[in-house]
Design a protein around this ligand. Structure first.
Ligand SMILES: OC[C@H]1NNC[C@@H](O)[C@@H]1O
Ligand SMILES: [Ca+2]
Length: 451
C-alpha cells in the first residue's frame, strides 16, 4: 500500500524559497553612487580572503537581476530571501539617500511580485558601510540609531510590497567572526570588543523593530544561526563545556531578543570582566515583539572541554560522520532537536528555516548541461524530512529557504565553496540549474510529497 501522500506533505501555505545575500552575489559594489562597505575594504586587504577573491563581480547579479528572477520563477520558487546593501542606500551610512541604490531594490521587488515570488528582505547581512566603521561601527552605541534610520528609509520605500522583513542575519557570526576571531570583516580580535558589538547589534535590532512598528504594517523578525551542541562524554568538564558553547551560540541572541536577558554563562564562564553590565533600558529596547524568527541550520557540534580562548570548548570530529566541503558534519537530526528546543524555550513563534544547505565538490557542467550533485540532493532531502518531523512534534515552521540559489562568494573562503542549487560559471556568468534544483522544484510542486 503506497504511503499516504498527504502524510508526507508540508502544511498548506508552507513557503518554499531560496536565499542569497547582497555582498555574495551582486558585484558592482560602487555602482550608481554606492559607498564602500567593510567587506569591500576587508576583501581588498591582502591575505584576508582565499585567492584574494572579492565581491567586485561575484555573480554580477546587480546587472543580471532580471534573468535571475526569471530563473527563480522557472524553478517554481514561491519566495526569495535576499539582503539589501546599506551603503548602496546610504553611501555614508546615514543622511543622504542614494536614490539609484534604492531603485535597484525597488525594481527587484516589483519583478519578484510580478513573477508571484514573495520577497523576504534582510536589512543587514554583514556589509556595514565603511563610513560607519570609521565612526566605530558596531562598537559605537549610536549604531542603533544609524540602523533604525537605514531600516526606516527601506520601510517607507518598500513596505507593502515587502511584507516579511528581517533586521539582522546571524549576529553571532558578525561578532564571533568580526570581533573575536577576526576571520570576517572588520577583522578585529578582541574579547573586550565582542560583547560590546553583540549588545549594540541587539540594540540596533530593537531600534529597527521599534521603527518598523511606527512605519510598517506587516511582519518583522530576526535571523540567527544556531548549532546544537552534544557532549562528547558525560564527564563534568565536557558537560560544562557543552553548556557554555550552547549559551554562547544558541541562547545568547534569541534570549536577548525574546527574553530581554543574556545567559549567565556569558559573564560568569566566558567573558568575565570583559562582559559589561548593561542598563535596563537597553534590555527594554532589545526586547521587541517579533512576528517570526528565522533559523539558519547547517550542522551540529559534538562538544568537549578544550583550552580554546575564551570559550574553552571545541568540536570533536565524528569518525563515522559525513562532512561537507566546509567541514560541517551532515546531521539532520540536529535540526529537529533544535527546532523543538526553540519551541519549548521561546514559545513556538512562527519560524522560517531561513538558510539550510551544503557545499560539496560539484563536477563541472556536463556536456548535456547537467550538474550532478547527489550529495546536495541527499542533504536537502534529509533536512526537509527533519523539518517535517519537527512540524509533527508541534513546531510552527512556516517555510524553508535553501542556501543558496546560486553558487556565490563564501566570504573569506571566496568562490572556493559552492552552496548553490544553481551552478555559476564565474568566467561566463552562465547559470546552470544542478540536479538538486530540479529535485527541489519537484518538492515544491508536490508540497513536499516527492521528498
Ligand atoms: O556559510 C554558508 C552561509 N551561512 N550563513 C550566512 C551566509 O552568508 C553563508 O554563505
Ligand atoms: Ca577597524
Amino acid at each position: 500500500m503506497a504511503a499516504n501522500p498527504n502524510a508526507r506533505r508540508f502544511p498548506e501555505g508552507f513557503l518554499w524559497g531560496a536565499a542569497t545575500a547582497a555582498h555574495q552575489i551582486e558585484g558592482s559594489p560602487m555602482a550608481d553612487g554606492a559607498g564602500p562597505s567593510i567587506w569591500t575594504r576587508f576583501a581588498h586587504t591582502p591575505g584576508m580572503t582565499v585567492n584574494g577573491d572579492t565581491g567586485d563581480v561575484a555573480c554580477d547579479h546587480y546587472n543580471r537581476w532580471k534573468d535571475d528572477v526569471a530563473l527563480m520563477a522557472s524553478l517554481g520558487l514561491k519566495a526569495y530571501r535576499f539582503s539589501t546593501s546599506w551603503s548602496r542606500i546610504l553611501p555614508d551610512g546615514t543622511g543622504r539617500v542614494n536614490q539609484k541604490g534604492l531603485d535597484f531594490y525597488s525594481r527587484l521587488v516589483d519583478e519578484l511580485l510580478d513573477k508571484g515570488i514573495e520577497p523576504l528582505l534582510t536589512l543587514y547581512h554583514w556589509d556595514l558601510p565603511a563610513a560607519l566603521d570609521d565612526r566605530g561601527g558596531w562598537l559605537n552605541r549610536d549604531v542603533a540609531d544609524w540602523f533604525a534610520e537605514y531600516g526606516s528609509v527601506l520601510y517607507r520605500a518598500l513596505d507593502g510590497r515587502v511584507k516579511k522583513w528581517v533586521t539582522l542575519n546571524e549576529p553571532w557570526v558578525v561578532t564571533d567572526g568580526g570581533y573575536l576571531h577576526g576571520a570576517l570583516a572588520p577583522g578585529h580580535r578582541s574579547k573586550y570588543e565582542t560583547p560590546i558589538a553583540t549588545h549594540n547589534l541587539m540594540r540596533a535590532h530593537g531600534a529597527a523593530v521599534k521603527a518598523y512598528r511606527e512605519i510598517g504594517k506587516h511582519e518583522i523578525g530576526l535571523v540567527v544561526n544556531i548549532e546544537p551542541k552534544y557532549p562528547n562524554t558525560q564527564s563534568p568538564e565536557d558537560l560544562a563545556a557543552t553548556k557554555r558553547a550552547h549559551a554562547y551560540m544558541n541562547e545568547q541572541y534569541l534570549d536577548a531578543a525574546l527574553l530581554g536577558k543574556y545567559p549567565p554563562e556569558l559573564k560568569n564562564e566566558i567573558f568575565g570582566d570583559a562582559w559589561p553590565e548593561w542598563a535596563d533600558e537597553d534590555y527594554a529596547l532589545i526586547k521587541q515583539k517579533l512576528d517570526f524568527i528565522g533559523i539558519n541550520y547547517y550542522t551540529r557540534s559534538v562538544t568537549q572541554a578544550t583550552d580554546s580562548y575564551p570559550l574553552k570548548a571545541g568540536a570533536v570530529r565524528q569518525k563515522l560522520g559525513t562532512y561537507t566541503e566546509t567541514g560541517w558534519e551532515v546531521f539532520p537530526q540536529g535540526l529537529t532537536d533544535l527546532l523543538v528546543w526553540a519551541k519549548d524555550r521561546y514559545g513556538n513563534l512562527p519560524t522560517y528555516i531561513t538558510e539550510n544547505g551544503a557545499a560539496f565538490f560539484d563536477p563541472a557542467v556536463a556536456e548535456e548541461g547537467r550538474v550532478r550533485d547527489p550529495l546536495r540532493m541527499g542533504y536537502l532531502k534529509k533536512h526537509l524530512t527533519a523539518i517535517r518531523d519537527a512540524i509533527d512534534q508541534g513546531c510552527d515552521i512556516r517555510g524553508y529557504m535553501v542556501w543558496s540559489l546560486l553558487d556565490n562568494l563564501e566570504w573569506s573562503l571566496g568562490f572556493s565553496k559552492r552552496f548553490g542549487i544553481v551552478h555559476v560559471n564565474y568566467g561566463t556568468q552562465e547559470r546552470t540549474p544542478k540536479d538538486s534544483a530540479r529535485w527541489y522544484s519537484k518538492a515544491i510542486e508536490t508540497h513536499g510529497a516527492s521528498i
